[in-house]
Design a protein. Structure first.
Length: 255
């Protein structure tokens, strides 16, 4: 009798401690929840380094803008505010679909997850398309830092067809070359942001491929959640870049 009871207890303990294999569960984590929390913590640490990286560029921009105010105001007024506003709307829409993709993964809706990830990708590509035409315009105007940089628009501002008045004030001669510094920072900041977009789109394609195989439709959503954090961070960076580069002191004649 005692022997039978001991055998029953032994079988119960074996079942209780039996390891159920989950493909996404790495061996060095005790539970899937521990693995998820570690991944999320790692992503937040990565985003912290990104904040410091972009923060350094924001600080440099604000510092030089304060030193060379007239040059930076004149240069920023040559940016295409329509394209900038369009890209802002595109990125907000893309972020909305990414949030829906996270929701679809959590409720295990495979088809919706794939659709929302595809839409996120499409709007991300649309952002890069608009940015291409904006960069193209700067190359045509010779507003790219380098030997061919043209300061003529800052010496003789365009005339408004309706009012007959100059669109802006001529930049003082001692600050003319500092307009080139503005465009160096403009290309550095928006270019680095665009690089993050390209990386994100590459990751989206990879997530779409995995989603189609049903990998995120059975409760395993950590990659979707972590990528969502990354994508929303990229959105937020642009929401700071847009007013900082395009909107501040948009009407220099009022200064």
């Amino acid at each position: 009798m005692d022997s039978a009871i001991e055998t029953t207890h032994a079988e119960h303990d074996a079942v209780e401690h039996e390891h159920v294999y989950v493909p996404q569960h790495r061996h060095h984590f005790e539970t899937e929840e521990q693995q998820r929390e570690a991944g999320s913590f790692g992503m937040w640490l990565f985003l912290l380094t990104e904040i410091m990286f972009f923060g350094g560029m924001f600080f440099a921009y604000l510092l030089f803008r304060n030193w060379y105010y007239d040059a930076f105001v004149a240069a920023s007024n040559t940016l295409n505010i329509g394209m900038g506003a369009a890209n802002t709307a595109i990125l907000i829409t893309s972020g909305f679909f990414m949030a829906l993709a996270v929701w679809a993964a959590e409720v295990r809706k495979k088809n919706l997850l794939v659709i929302f990830l595809v839409l996120t990708t499409v709007f991300g590509c649309a952002f890069l398309g608009v940015k291409y035409f904006e960069y193209k315009e700067k190359f045509e105007l010779h507003h790219v830092p380098g030997a061919s940089f043209d300061v003529s628009k800052f010496v003789h501002p365009d005339i408004d067809a309706k009012t007959g008045l100059p669109v802006g004030k001529p930049v003082p001669p001692d600050q003319l070359q500092h307009t080139q510094l503005f465009f160096f920072l403009y290309f550095a900041m928006t270019g680095m942001h665009a690089l993050h977009m390209i990386i994100g789109i590459g990751l989206l394609v990879w997530l779409i491929w995995r989603s189609q195989k049903g990998e995120f439709s059975a409760g395993y959503v950590a990659p979707i959640e972590n990528f969502g954090l990354y994508w929303h961070f990229v959105d937020i960076v642009w929401l700071y870049l847009f007013p900082l580069l395009y909107l501040i002191n948009r009407h220099p004649l009022a200064h």
